[in-house]
Design a protein around this ligand. Structure first.
Ligand SMILES: Cc1cc2nc3c(=O)[nH]c(=O)nc-3n(C[C@H](O)[C@H](O)[C@H](O)COP(=O)(O)OP(=O)(O)OC[C@H]3O[C@@H](n4cnc5c(N)ncnc54)[C@H](O)[C@@H]3O)c2cc1C
Length: 459
């Protein structure tokens, strides 16, 4: 007797390992993979061309991986989320499927799309199964003593760890090879350019990146703030498209700690993965964030800076070497170091008084790891409007940060070559004459004045 067909609707979970929707669909019957590229929705969400290109290649790598298990993967172009639900309905009929399996996505548009798909498919008599593959502990697993969602990271992290101890860390394996003959597979190619030398696509490549990083995990705490050093994992693009799961990452981290749970739960890198979980829980609890609202309802929003400042910031022409180096890193690679993301965000928002939402959208349009929850969380943290955000008076000084985290100007020299010849001291803040001689812009703001203005407005 032939097994029932279940469609697996892939979205930001482009992997075969630790993929609950795929695993259980295959366990229950014959799995057929579907990927729907929503062109218009991507524009509406400001997704970067480099991220779209990376997704395209990850879909192709996933197809290769699945085909070895006799699981086909059909990819199609649709316009928006409403269209993707209609397409799914058609595919269900075409494949005579009994069920549709997928892993939840948490931003509001995606949640609405999924609820709509579930309703329509269930009305057609299909079995719809939803899983949580993008988060390690299921949504709403932890709450404060009053039963409310956490708004502050440290107690959230503590509760997260306690919950996690009861849950275990084993990721799901890849499904067993199925008995199915693949005929033709529909392929929609939406290739775009991205730095595939830095981020080769696929789950295998993601695992190799993780394995390169783990031996250095012991130095993460001391190196993670130095942009000239490869001190962080650079796994964010893979996590954003789901080529690797956060659970797979931390299970390897526990192995690296040789199963020593005490050391594992104290690990700084684990803490960063928990920040990712925290921001996901924040958008689950606060759907209005997906509609561009601030988390802290009483936060002051005083953003009336000149648009020209935004334009110069976005081109890496602020006259502040560290800020310009950071923005050029983003424009050239699609990625920016975390310390620099904080610096450029505070610079734009607090010192230039530009609405953080403009910076948030610019980041999405250029980041290969663009992720709504983490990006919004990061921007609202920096602008002091977010959950457990920086206090309003915390404004990073670009020159002090530059001296502290790039003391010899190694990072600046690489990204702002016109300053290469300057001494380690001068490179952080060249004199007016040096700027003129080297063709480097004068500072677009006076730091001290801008800082004072921000403090007056925000206090
Ligand atoms: C203004 C701003 C915008 C940001 N936008 C994004 C974004 O769009 N996408 C994104 O993935 N991260 C974003 N971050 C968080 C962080 O900068 C990146 O995750 C990190 O730089 C990625 O590099 P990595 O993979 O080497 O990180 P590692 O230091 O190796 O950390 C491992 C993983 O933990 C997660 N992580 C680390 N730091 C954070 C953090 N502060 N918040 C949430 N998750 C974190 C990421 O998934 C990361 O890949 C933003 C931060 C700020 C301040």
């Amino acid at each position: 007797m032939s097994k029932e067909i279940n469609l697996v609707w892939f979205r930001n979970d482009l992997r075969a390992g630790d993929n609950p929707a795929l695993f259980y669909a295959a366990e229950q019957g014959t799995a057929i993979g579907i990927y729907l590229e929503t062109e218009e929705q991507r524009k509406a969400h400001d997704d970067a061309a480099c991220k779209i290109g990376f997704i395209n290649d990850n879909v192709k790598e996933l197809r290769k991986q699945l085909n070895q298990l006799n699981i086909p993967l059909h990819s199609f172009k649709v316009t928006d989320y409403a269209d993707s639900v209609e397409k799914l309905e058609m595919l269900v009929d075409q494949f005579n499927a009994k069920g549709v399996y997928f892993n939840n996505e948490y931003p509001l548009n995606e949640k609405n799309r999924d609820n709509q798909a579930e309703k329509i498919l269930e009305e057609k008599g299909l079995e719809v199964k939803r899983f949580d593959g993008d988060i390690i502990i299921p949504p709403n697993s932890v709450a404060t003593g009053k039963g409310e969602p956490y708004k502050v990271f440290t107690p959230y992290k503590k509760a997260w760890i306690e919950f996690h101890k009861t849950q275990g860390t084993s990721p799901l394996p890849i499904p067993e090879k199925q008995d199915f003959k693949i005929d033709e597979q529909h392929d929609y190619d939406f290739a775009q350019e991205y730095r595939d030398d830095l981020w080769p696509a696929g789950e295998q490549a993601a695992k190799e990146k993780l394995n390169d990083f783990l031996p250095k995990a012991g130095y993460y705490r001391e190196r993670r703030d130095i942009p000239s050093v490869k001190g962080t994992s650079m796994l964010s693009p893979y996590l954003a498209v789901g080529a690797i799961s956060a659970k797979q990452c931390i299970s390897s981290l526990l192995e690296w700690h040789e199963g020593d749970e005490e050391a594992f739960y104290k690990d700084t890198w684990l803490s960063e993965i928990i920040w990712r979980e925290f921001y996901r829980q924040i958008i689950i609890d606060n759907p209005e964030i997906s509609k561009h609202k601030v988390f802290k309802r009483d936060a002051k929003e005083v953003w009336d800076g000149e648009q020209e400042l935004f334009d110069l910031w976005s081109q890496g022409k602020t006259g502040f070497p560290l800020i310009d180096a950071a923005m050029r890193q983003l424009l050239q690679t699609g990625w920016m170091h975390n310390r620099l993301r904080m610096n450029v965000a505070m610079f734009l928002n607090k010192l230039c008084l530009i609405d953080w939402r403009q910076g948030e959208a610019f980041f999405m349009r250029h980041l290969i790891d663009g992720d709504f929850a983490s990006n919004n969380g990061g921007w609202q943290w920096c602008s002091s409007t977010g959950a457990d955000g920086a206090p309003y008076f915390r404004i990073m000084s670009p020159n002090t940060q530059s001296q502290r985290f790039d003391p010899e100007g190694k990072f600046i020299r690489k990204l702002v070559p016109e300053l290469e010849s300057l001494s380690d001291k001068d490179i952080h803040c060249p004199s007016s004459e040096q700027r003129e001689k080297l063709g480097y812009p004068q500072p677009i703001i006076d730091y001290k004045e801008a800082r004072k203005r921000a403090l007056d407005l925000l206090s």
